[in-house]
Design a protein around this ligand. Structure first.
Ligand SMILES: [Zn+2]
Length: 150
């Protein structure tokens, strides 16, 4: 399962009841993205909550793909966001705290840790392959990215 399948909407039950609709707890579930994309019922939420949801929509769902929001862009953008937080020196718990403040979503720190470990392992594999292939620039890029995440 991708890390984006393990990102959940905070206060999910309360939000669903305020919006008088039901949607999955997963922030990147198709039905949740649809709900955010349509923007209906958002007016029933308090201002702070609305702001966070609009920020989420703006930051991760702003592509022009025909299949949006089911095009994979929201997930890709959120993963970049996680990696940027890591590059900024945050650990798994701090990353969870920040995503909560920014977008009212949460994850389990252990899942974030596994995701970061996987990312580092993937970069190591790219580094090794590029090295074998003699692709110096790709090797350097992967090496630098790995150092930034470690
Ligand atoms: Zn897209």
């Amino acid at each position: 399962m991708a890390i984006t399948d393990k990102i959940y909407v905070k206060n999910h039950r309360q939000l669903a009841s305020q919006m008088e609709t039901n949607f999955p707890k997963g922030a990147f579930s198709g039905a949740t993205l649809d709900l955010l994309f349509q923007g209906e019922n958002l007016a029933k939420l308090d201002d702070t909550t609305q702001d966070r949801i609009l920020d989420f929509a703006q930051d991760f769902m702003d592509c022009d793909c025909e299949g949006a929001p089911h095009c994979g862009c929201p997930q890709r953008k959120f993963i970049s966001y996680l990696l940027e937080l890591r590059e900024g020196g945050l650990g798994p718990q701090a990353i969870v705290d920040v995503m909560g403040d920014d977008y009212m979503v949460y994850a389990y720190p252990g899942d974030v840790r596994s995701f970061l470990d996987d990312s580092i392992r993937r970069l190591e594999a790219i580094e090794t392959l590029a090295d074998v292939d003699g692709q110096q620039a790709a090797r350097e890029a992967a090496h630098q990215a790995r150092k930034d995440l470690s």
